[in-house]
Ligand binder design. Sequence first.
Ligand code: IVH
Length: 684
Amino acid sequence: MKLADARKRAEELRREIERHDYLYYVRDAPRVSDEAYDLLFRELKELESDFPSLQTRDSPTRRVGGKALESFDTVEHLAPMLSLDSHPDDEQVRKFDERVRKGLQSGAEVAYVVEPKLDGASVELVYEDGVFVRGTTRGDGRVGEDVTENLRTIPAVPLKLRSEEREFPSAVAFRGEVIMRIGDFERLNERLVGEGREPYANPRNVAAGALRQLDPKVTAERPLDVYLYDILAGDVPGVRTQWQLLEALRGWGLRVNDLPRRVESVEEIVDYHRSMVDSRDDIGYEIDGVVIKLDDLAFRQELGVTSHHPRWAFAFKFAPRKEVTRVLGILASVGRTGAVTPVAMLRPVELGGVTVSRASLHNRDEVARKDIREGDRVRVERAGDVIPQVVERIPERGRRRKRRFSMPEGCPSCGTRLVERGPFSICPNSFECPAQLAGRLIHFASRRGLDIEGLGEEGAKLFVEKGLVRHLPDLFELRAESLVGLEGYGDKSATNLVAAIKSAARVELHRFLYALGIPEVGATVARDLALEFRTFEAVRRAGGERLQEVDGIGPKMAEQITSFFAEPHNSQVLDQLLAGGIEVMEAVEPERSEGTPTLAGKKFVFTGGMERLSRPQAKKLVEDAGGRVVSSVSKATDYVVAGDKPGSKLGRARALGVAVLDEDRFILLVEEMGAAGHGVPARE
Ligand code: IVH
């Protein structure tokens, strides 16, 4: 390709990619599949690597994170990034409103825009001729750190402003807040704890930390988002109010929060504040108050600013979700799955409207790292719906401290010696440990397990509590006489339950495997294991390598399965179950009567979400018709079923010429193959 052609194509590609970024990240309304997007992106990357002179500052390929820095430059903001006057009482809001009205000419029509006060990291984004050229942290308000390369990795930061709706100023600086959504935050923390690393206290700390990473590739791995709410510098003709300003920001393709409202009285402000307190846990990101801003920009000029804050704005804060309290003790608590976690018992404190009296300390390493002991003063914090965290210990001079916490050697519930898995302690006595038994029983009897009708959570807890079930095999010894008289059981229900248990005792292999609650073995893996090994004994005897031959089972899962069966208590319980009540059926290929068309041997791959079917339902339909579901697309794949927002598998299917079905066609196909009526829900 000639340079001129390459340049033209690169420009086209950039425009296309920018448009899709905007639709996806700012408008939440994607138009193309991920694969189509990936194709564009890859083509552009290749062009830029073939013709390095085509690399531009605003190319979307620059988002992935460039070279690591040694340190950040400090930069002066184009205008001071002021702070806000703030208070959590409405009385102070009334006083603010009075000051505003007094400061303006009498008769001025006062209106405010109220917005959520986002709890993230404040940033300045500078655009020259519409191109993102610099981004800085707030710093001390006058100078901040140049974190341009890190900000570039955030997909919601446009590298170029849009001018379709309105001309942008040739030089302009915006102010906004970088945040991390609570769902992303929780996933990140789960991963960190799983790796034995320290979790973050709140999403703001992650966002601020990620922005100050010297290596932008690290920042690129953190799912950050941004909301813009102000112009720090730059003339915007025609914009006279905050309300119009937010509209202008949207027009330039910047991400703007959709909760602001325009109000005219303190009463409306108080109402808004209350409604935000109510929806605080549902909006998916952290806010710590509402910001009240005078709508009219000319009035703002009249009121001016102090050295610290503007006189035309006020932060009406929420009750804090951080508090200081004392650790009354540290307990080791056994969860339903046998994980033993240290829990700090706290002197009760109120955190944003919820009284908190305990907080998880996650694992042994975490307690040691934070050095939390009984009697310590600690800072606790709660973000969104997340379990409260003990953030840190507050040292107290001259106070004698208690001894360090150490994990007990035996399970606090059943005394079995705990086993250590990384920083975690596990009680391996899955079926007899009282703390695990009720939960195990519920799982065992659940719909995807033995499906014992009439045995739910309440019954399971009751039987364990009354000592009727001391270990799992006791379930099959239950007699109607001993149940009658227990809360909720009469003659009839007791007889029915005993009959249900009896008939559930002859069980399909995959259900039995699911029912055992082996770590990581859900309904899908249980089904795959059953199809592969056919008998329970074969699964039980399989070594780690043999297990990994099953699609979807990796070394970690294989290890969990083999150690589950190797544990002596578990082994004993299984022997008892098999010798006593339970009969596990051998798995067989689903039967097909002659002449019926089947999907025997056909391989299916699913990608994207479906409307009418869940993945397990769809998988069952395929298997009932004799087919198999596999995870990756190859030439041997017969069908790829592409739902909503399909992944890269669709592109691969097209490239390999594999038949692609949408959800409706897929359902038609399995219905034709004789699986009709097997759980394809009618369209709403
Ligand atoms: S306006 C001069 N609006 O709150 C006015 N600030 O305590 C500047 N903040 O550092 C602020 N959400 O980072 C404004 N909707 C919002 C905000 C917001 C969060 C932050 C901002 C500032 C801090 C002040």
